[in-house]
Design a protein around this ligand. Sequence first.
Ligand code: ZN
Length: 301
Amino acid sequence: MEAKKKIIAVIIMCAAAVGLIILIFAINANKGEKNEKESKLTTATSAVETTNESEPETESSSQEESFVEESETEDASNWDSLAAPASITRGSNGYVVAIDAGHQAYGNFDQEPNGPNSDVYKAKVAGGTSGVATGKPEYQLTLEIALLLKQELINRGYSVVMIRESNDVDISNAERARMANDAGANAFIRIHANGLNDSSVRGALSICQSPANPYNGNVYSQSRYLSECVINSYCAATGFSNQGVSESDSMTGINWSNVPNTIIEMGFMTNADEDLEMSDPTCQQYMAYGIANGIDAYFGL
Ligand SMILES: [Zn+2]
């Protein structure tokens, strides 16, 4: 009996020892797995950091994301979330210019207030005119010049915010202005071309608010000066007839802008000569160059 008891005791001890070894092994294995997971996580994080650091500041997606968050926070009370601009390129000269290529492939005739808290409602974004000679829609011409202007301003060291870089968008005039506001633009440049039933009318002009504008009369003098600089430089560069600066307080894209702003009506697409000129690649370079010169003049550069 004693011998049997001893054998059983030894077996139990052996079993316990084996159990303990298995337990220790299991714990170690688990620790190893955790370590592996943690090291994987660290690798992933450092990979993200490295990517961010090595990415040029131009059009970084993280910048666009933070822009969306800011605008959502700011306007959540009374507006739907505001889309991010198509691109944000950071420059070194200290000035931010927002560029809006007027119109889009399809107008949106839903209504929006034509100024903050206004009870006057207007279509969100109109279809625009088109070229009598080229057949080109205004939204396409404005995008071509906006993209050339973007590059010209980047070359000159500006930070550039592009409201759109595609025709397939749906951004109202109020939203475009609010995007420029939220981007902290020092100047909001809206690119348009003109149209009239009278095909003999030609020339370029710029438009801003009047000093009596109830929404942004406080930035009238800057907007007026910006409009003068841009139209004068544009006409000097292109040779287009200078029709001067007009003032309007009925345009949604002006009224929602609380930064210095101007619309440049680059010429009449309903005039065959100007229509053809505005689509000529060499002329387009001068158009962008002239607008950029006006922006430089406004900032005293
Ligand atoms: Zn237009």
